[in-house]
Each structure stands twice: as C-alpha cells, then as structure tokens.
Design a protein. Structure first.
Length: 212
C-alpha cells in the first residue's frame, strides 16, 4: 500500500516558530492536566519557576533542552516525546510521509548550540539533530528509550554510567554508539564545540520512570 501524501514541514519563520511554541506549550499543559498537577506542583517537581512554566504553556517562550528534560521527567515522559508533539502533522497516521526541510523542525536551545526535532508523534522513534555541543560535561541524562548517537562532524566524548560503573568513549565523524534505555549519559565536545553536529535517534516508549 503506497504511503500517503507527504506532510512537509517548511523552514521556520516568525509565524511558524510561534505555532511550534504554541503546540509544545499546549502539549505540556494537556499532559500536566492529565497527571492532575497544577502549574505550581509541576514547577516544584521540575525545579523550575511557576512564571516560566506559565509562559511556556501559553507559547510565549521556548524551553532549553535541560529545562525540557526536567519538565518531561516530572510528567513521566521524555523531552523527545514532548518535542515530537510540536511537529506539524495532519491526521497523525503512521503511513503519512513526514518531510522536514532544512531549517525546519522544532528548534530548542541546548548547551553550546541548538537541538532540532525531526520527527512526529505518529512514528515509533524520535530523531533529533544537535548543532553545537558544550565543551564541559553537564548533568547526566537518562530516559526509558534506547538511543543511537551518530557523529556527523566534530568530535565528542560521551560518558555512560551503567550498574554503578562509568565508561568514557571518544567519537569522531562517522562514529556511532548505541545504548539501552535507562543508561545515564552525558557528552561534551572535544575542541571547538560549535563545529559538532550529531544525530540522535531515540525509540518511543511508554511513560518514563519517576526518580524523585
């Protein structure tokens, strides 16, 4: 059976950026209400300010990847899943082609650069492009979905923590690494972080485990 007509995400403009922010804010608000949480309660769980979350839900601001991670954990989901909800889609069918043009997708600021969501909720995986990476390790991340990381340009060190032990891996252009869900991980650039480009793919899973 042939795929349905392609759903094309155009390059971001001021108008489309506002729509993406509104989609993301609406998704956070919907999930918060489904969890029976007030804005104040979510702010406390995520360690973020109540005014910031209020602006975010109304589409007046955009979160960074670290703050989106905190929100996602507090809501029992992942940052990639929340980002995917802001991807324009028509009927949400998995057999609809989803085409993302250069410069399109939901951009989210990240330490040392930006992250751009390339997927849509209809699919069982969430691809994200990172342009620019911080040169100092930040906090560890973990999520339920397995993750694949491919280095397009530049060089990174990625630290994985499993069963109480840590392993450090150095990756350059063309290198990749794949680790199971629940693995605590963090990465940093080796050299000029602005030159690093990564593609990550995380499989969509059920709700995330709560860890405080």
């Amino acid at each position: 059976m042939p795929a349905r007509t392609a759903n094309t995400t155009p390059p971001a403009t001021g108008e489309t950026d506002a729509l993406l922010r509104a989609e993301l804010g609406g998704a956070i608000r919907k999930l918060r209400k489904e969890r029976g949480l007030t804005l104040v309660q979510l702010a406390e769980r995520a360690g973020l300010s109540h005014p910031f979350l209020s602006q975010l839900e109304r589409g007046l601001t955009r979160p960074s990847m670290p703050s989106l991670h905190r929100i996602a954990r507090a809501l029992g989901t992942t940052q990639q899943a929340l980002m995917a909800t802001a991807a324009p889609h028509t009927d949400g069918a998995a057999d609809t082609v989803h085409l993302v043009r250069a410069g399109a997708g939901l951009p989210v600021s990240n330490t040392g650069g930006t992250a751009r969501m390339l997927g849509t909720p209809a699919y069982s995986f969430h691809p994200v492009e990172y342009t620019g990476v911080g040169e100092v390790f930040a906090d560890f991340y973990d999520h339920p979905g397995d993750e694949f990381v491919y280095v397009i340009a530049g060089e990174i060190e990625i630290e994985l923590r499993t069963d109480g032990a840590s392993g450090l891996h150095r990756l350059g252009p063309g290198d990749s690494i794949h680790y199971p869900g629940g693995t605590s991980h963090r990465w940093r650039a080796v050299g000029d972080g602005s030159q690093v480009r990564l593609l990550t793919v995380q499989n969509a899973t059920g709700e995330a485990d709560h860890h405080g």
